[in-house]
Design a protein around this ligand. Sequence first.
Ligand code: ADP
Ligand code: MG
Length: 740
Amino acid sequence: MSVDVKKISREGDWLEQSIIVLKGIGEKMLERFARRSLYTLNDLLFHLPIKYQDKTRIVPISSLRIGDSALVKGELIQCKTHFLRRAVLTCEINDGSGVISLRFFHFNKQQAAGLARALEQGKWLKCFGEIKRGRQSLEITHPEYRIVDQDQTIQVEETLTPIYPTTEGLSQLALRNAIRQVIEHLKQQVQQIETQPPNELVQDFLPPLIREDLQLPPLPEALIYLHAPPPDCPVFELIEGNDPYRQSLVFEELLAHQLSMKRAYQRQTQHYAYPLTKSTQSYSTEFLKQLPFQLTGAQSRVVADIASDISRSHPMQRLVQGDVGSGKTVVAALAALYTIENRFQAALMAPTELLAEQHRDNFQHWLEPLGLNVAWLSGKSKARQRKEALLSIADGSAQLIVGTHALFQDEVEFHQLGLVIIDEQHRFGVHQRLSLIQKGKKIHIDAEPQSNSNSKIKKDHQLKKVFYPHQLIMTATPIPRTLAMTAYADLDCSIIDELPPGRTPVETVVLSEQRRDDILQRVHQACLSGRQAYWVCTLIDESEVLQCQAAEQTYELLCRQLSDLPIGLVHGRMKPDEKKAVMQSFKRGEILLLIATTVIEVGVDVPNASLMIIENAERLGLSQLHQLRGRVGRGSQSSVCVLMYGSPLSKNGKARLMTLRETNDGFEVARKDLALRGPGEVLGTRQTGLAEMKIADIIRDQHLIPEVNALAQTLINDYPEVVEPIINRWIGKKMDYQNV
Ligand code: ADP
Ligand code: MG
């Protein structure tokens, strides 16, 4: 009998008790559990296994499958130690049905020798580990093992062994031991209080009608099942994450995220914004007149969405998704002009210097003929220019402000910011977006308070109104609809699903580096016949310095090899003036071949360029390659993109290159990218919340999303009191989107 007097109290909200009430948990453990934000019994209960090990049965060696983790028992038939860089001990065990090898690596001879003495031929071994393909037979590296008697009935576990997400210093054993106590307690309670609805034990925030309607099992039952799966449960389903209990909790977790984002959205809609309506001074009409083309149907539709949003007295929160080259910039320009017509400023923020510069040039070209001023702010602006820009932003003489992250620095003070436009949002964190919006915040005091209010507090409330700018967010990473429902639940979405007319799709060719000379000849001929080309240098290393060096070297090499061509070089470490000069002479057609780093990935727009070579394309991600490729195919002539790869080409690398060869469609590319890299990577920092879900997997579980989405709305409308508890349970207070 344990002398430990610790006990879980049954009184009150038992799940709110500290985990210190559990056996085996003292001050030191408390601190370790805290590293995973596990403080209360409730936290433990919702700390769900990420996978399971099956130690419930001994598997005959002949029926083992590669990739499974399994328990085997057999006789040691040989044991050898050899020395590579480390000592390696290999032994084989035979259970009558087959033979499997076990391999142990050691740093020194003594350890290996010690183990070799223990593992004598003829002894029987029980071991557990992941089955891999070995050189001659199947093998397990570093199995858990125990020496047993041949005839001894082997003790196996009664249930699947849960594997929990853990962290350094916090062992599976400690977690399992703690969680088992909570589950045991919960089981007892369920049995004892049979007369009471089990929902009382772990508070179920979902209204009973809804749970029944969706056929979700009772919460305590699902939790017990997942932490301690019964011996007869369908093992395979559980391991694959497809069983109904797990799915019901996945459903709740997705729901919590959806609620959190929808609530953030709703809070914004309760803010005020200045309505921007049609005005007599119509810059936008003039702008459209001078454009050398007509808007596409999709562009007009999205512009109409925006116009309707900003005419309301709540801030717009609209995301425009459109593939590379779909013409998002013109849409942004129109939104900016509507704002300026209403005597407000618009600010456009872009993630890279080069893209911001392109926008600045474009917008100057479009807006200055209308008598409007464009201010420019970047981290690299010189002190004097910066001062001038800041002044024109503060006194309102600049109507449009273009820049990089420099826009939300402290010294920047807007005169009247009506609209914030963010290009390529996946490159920014949500913090950066929100800090720009905070900058545009204006507190408006009503001159004539309503006289009929008698409470002072109420009066103060009415006096003060906070106004926020409208927000327009643009992205060239279009994602499938169900995913957008989750990832962008805090935004309204419009899609530009049509490319400007007259584009010919880019033909993509995948070639080995060994064909470099051929490629060089082709580029040479194409340029001599008046076409323009990009030559993009990549590096695995993210370091900008190294990337630029690589581009410089390629530049020198190509200058020598193609000495009769005008060649230019652009990379991120050049001075802004130099960069600008090179880009402009490329635009004017004076430079025919432009050597570049991936800085040209976003935004660069030179319609005459129709050839792109990407060196070591296998090093880049799918969406990055798609973006790069989007730099060509902007004019009317047919374009080619050559993806050059170095060998060996990994399986994943090959999959990426083949996808690009097969499709030009950004949605298709995004779908593939999600499958290969997962949502956390693809959607960028903004979506860390989604990437860190406990048990839901947004790709595997996307079939649940439409239902989750609908239910989230129902809860917000009809059961607002459960919203907060559900968010807190799954996301916790600190991760909630409202606080970022
Ligand atoms: P992205 O959506 O990738 O930001 P851009 O706004 O840079 O695309 O537009 C790509 C190119 O298409 C630019 O040269 C732009 O002038 C041109 N463009 C945009 N809209 C149209 C249109 N409706 N008709 C013809 N060309 C257009
Ligand atoms: Mg763009």
